[in-house]
Design a protein around this ligand. Structure first.
Ligand code: GAL
Length: 425
């Protein structure tokens, strides 16, 4: 609970600019039952294991309801979000869908896609169960539009100690900055192993955001999203150069892979490090890998004082065919039992403030502490910092840079345009 209090002020920054004109009616208050199509991108591996754990609680809490899995494969919703958009445009919404707290959710609210579910917060007694400023990221004009299931951290490095030892790198070494980390990557490079495993574009944007956090610091990183930090500045140029250098340590087949593959390269000992959100810890765990023995983790060097914030949440879309089933699903998502079962399997920490830390792994307990004490900064790659439109443009700019179509100067200009930055703020 203390961690939540400490996080509240920092989360308030994320809530800035969430004004708009949401629409919608109150969710129907019918008895739970019937089917519910749940749309996510938790389609395989440890992510499906997390969803399955939630479904297990759902089936116990709502035996009359039938879960219909609408998952679309592709990490970070790389395929799901497009598919969802075409379904919403065609007035064919699922009964509930996964959306990130912050700007991504605001997009859906302002497009009039979501029902106001504030009444469910009263019915399920949720008003005091989540951090106030997380709730603010789910609101528009005082109406709440989704229920958060979990909180992930984006700025983590995952490492294989055997690969490091083979390169003469101490697996217990700590790095205060990217500059301190580069020699370790060079040492691995010399052995022929992949220093830094990475995958397709969204994972590169995940890396990019952590480099910006590291090189700019929390304050200036936040400034990128509220117009007070110039995207065209020298500190951003420096960060992009570091990003380019990090990309030079990555596997050449990256654009054909997803995060599961790049994480697997670390698990299998083909690569020393990967930078990935902490859903990665669930992938290690699912394969019975032991923290501190088979793998280690630490914040991206230079960003240890920051918590790259991501929260998944579930919605009630306008026109959902089975609103009663959706309501039952939302009740399970919001419940302590649902959050405990789901997050234990997913690697994230519960959004609810009353979860018992003892129910979670050492990594997750550390993450709970980190969430309470660090600067909370919004993830770019996962919908907290930027709208889907801005993120899509930044992904295109990043792809151009990492595939060699643009150089650093062009990349920086593209990012400034994508983020809508103009001199003068
Ligand atoms: C994020 C999401 C996480 C996890 C990850 C990888 O966007 O918030 O829960 O699913 O993508 O797919």
């Amino acid at each position: 609970m203390m961690r939540r209090t400490a996080a509240v002020a920092a989360l308030a920054v994320l809530a800035l600019g969430l004004a708009g004109c949401g629409s919608g009616t109150t969710a129907p208050d019918e008895a739970a039952g019937g089917e519910v199509e749940v749309f996510t991108w938790w389609a395989a591996g440890s992510e499906k294991a997390g969803l399955d754990a939630l479904v297990g609680v759902f089936e116990a809490q709502h035996p009359d309801a039938t879960f219909v899995n609408g998952a679309v494969a592709g990490g970070a919703g790389s395929a799901a979000k497009d598919r969802l958009e075409s379904r919403l445009r065609a007035d064919d919404p699922p009964d509930t869908f996964q959306a990130h707290a912050g700007k991504e959710l605001t997009d859906y609210i302002q497009a009039g896609r979501l029902e106001d579910i504030s009444a469910l917060y009263d019915e399920f007694d949720l008003r005091k169960k989540f951090p106030t400023d997380l709730l603010r990221l789910l609101q528009d004009h005082g109406k709440i539009y989704s229920i958060p299931s979990n909180i992930h951290r984006s700025n983590m490095v995952w490492a294989n100690p055997s690969v490091l030892r083979a390169a003469g790198v101490d697996p217990a070494a700590t790095y205060g900055s990217l500059d301190e980390w580069f020699p370790a990557l060079d040492a691995v490079q010399a052995t022929g192993a992949t220093p830094l495993a990475i995958a397709t574009t969204w994972t590169q944007v995940n890396l990019l955001e952590t480099v910006l956090m590291s090189d700019l610091g929390a304050q200036a990183y936040l400034g990128l999203w509220d117009g007070t930090t110039a995207w065209t500045g020298a500190d951003v140029t420096h960060a992009l150069a570091d990003f380019g250098r990090l990309m030079s340590y990555t596997n050449a087949d990256r654009d054909t892979l997803d995060w599961t593959d790049s994480t697997q390269a670390v698990i299998d000992g083909a690569a020393a490090f990967t930078v990935m959100g902490d859903w990665a810890v669930a992938a290690f765990g699912e394969q019975d890998k032991v923290a501190g023995v088979d793998y280690t983790y630490f914040p991206v060097p230079g960003s240890a004082d920051q918590f790259g914030f991501i929260a998944d949440s579930f919605t009630l879309p306008v026109g959902a065919p089975h609103p009663d089933g959706a309501k039952a699903w939302l009740e399970t998502v919001s419940s302590l039992e649902g959050q405990t079962a789901f997050n234990r399997a997913k690697g994230s920490i519960p959004a609810r403030i009353d979860a018992n830390p003892d129910d979670f792994s050492a990594y997750q307990q550390a993450s709970m502490t980190a969430f309470g004490h660090l600067s909370i900064v919004p993830s770019l790659a996962h919908g907290a910092a930027a709208s889907i439109t801005v993120l899509t443009a930044i992904e295109a700019a990043t792809r151009a840079f990492t595939t060699g179509t643009s150089d650093l100067t062009t990349f920086q200009g593209d990012l400034a345009v994508s983020a809508g930055w103009r001199s003068g703020g």
